[in-house]
Design a protein around this ligand. Structure first.
Ligand code: ZN
Ligand code: ZN
Length: 264
């Protein structure tokens, strides 16, 4: 890559529906990345359930082909841009996901697996929807099911990279939705999940987005990252930017994160 550091986790509005500014293009990020001397990888949400069922989804039908073309176009001007996808894991779609990986892994620079929701319509990464989920299910079950689903994804070995392994704590933490007493929110639990990634030779994201939320720590925490590194984990760093302001604010943090990973 052209520059020393790479932010592997950027979302644009053309391809990710959760970007608030609906006119946020690849080029907008690329111009700032060039000035900041950092490589960037677009890691747009690719959620098979919505790709198959929601006509408003940017990847609906076969539009992943358009995405590949747009990525090729931007690469012609900016040789430090990578094209990737943040692919949602569904335990009942493992075969389709494997087929997708077969077809597209070589077409893209980077694909990473994620768990945001395991019951359609209840993502745990949207505060309002998580609250709806918690109306229906106990906090303990929500946390346990998150870890069970994530473990299934890791054990499926569909993905060589995984995002934000403990993002269930984006809102469930002492600074926001207080964990109930019967909930296991221990770092050991995250550590075990990380070790499972090591065992399966899966790279783990050091996702900095938590610094923007009341939890004020990356996913996973620095402590867990250090312990996992000592156990042989490989990491990539992502700001998980959904706006230019986030990207601008986070590029020094991305560099710091790589230096931290080198140092520990
Ligand atoms: Zn994500
Ligand atoms: Zn993301």
């Amino acid at each position: 890559m052209k520059f020393k550091y790479t932010d592997y986790h950027i979302h644009s509005s053309d391809w990710s529906v959760d970007v608030p500014n609906k006119n946020l293009k690849f080029k907008d990020y690329a111009e700032i990345a060039e000035l900041s001397r950092i490589n960037i990888c677009f890691l747009e949400h690719f959620e098979l359930y919505y790709v198959e069922n929601d006509k408003l989804n940017p990847f609906y039908g076969e539009k992943v082909q358009d995405y590949l073309e747009k990525i090729d176009e931007i690469k012609e001007t900016y040789d430090f841009v990578l094209g990737g996808l943040e692919v949602e894991y569904y335990k009942d779609k493992e075969i389709e996901l494997l087929e997708f990986m077969d077809d597209y892994e070589r077409e893209l620079d980077f694909i990473s697996g994620s768990v945001h929701e395991w019951i359609i319509g209840y993502p745990v990464t949207t505060r309002e929807k998580l609250l709806n989920f918690l109306d229906k299910k106990s906090m303990r079950d929500v946390i346990n099911e998150y870890f069970e689903t994530y473990e299934m994804m890791v054990n499926s070995k569909i993905f060589k990279n995984v995002c934000h392994i403990d993002t269930i704590f984006r809102y469930i933490n002492d600074n926001d939705l207080k964990p109930e007493e019967n909930c296991d929110i221990s770092e050991d639990r995250v550590l075990e999940l990380g070790k499972l990634c090591i065992k399966n030779k899966i790279k783990i994201e050091y996702n900095l987005s938590g610094l923007r939320f009341p939890i004020k720590r990356p996913f996973p925490s620095k402590k867990v990252v250090s312990l996992l590194k000592k156990n042989g984990a490989k990491f990539f760093v992502g700001s998980d930017s959904h706006s230019l302001a986030q990207f601008k604010c986070f590029f020094p943090k991305v560099k710091e994160a790589y230096n931290f990973l080198d140092y520990i």
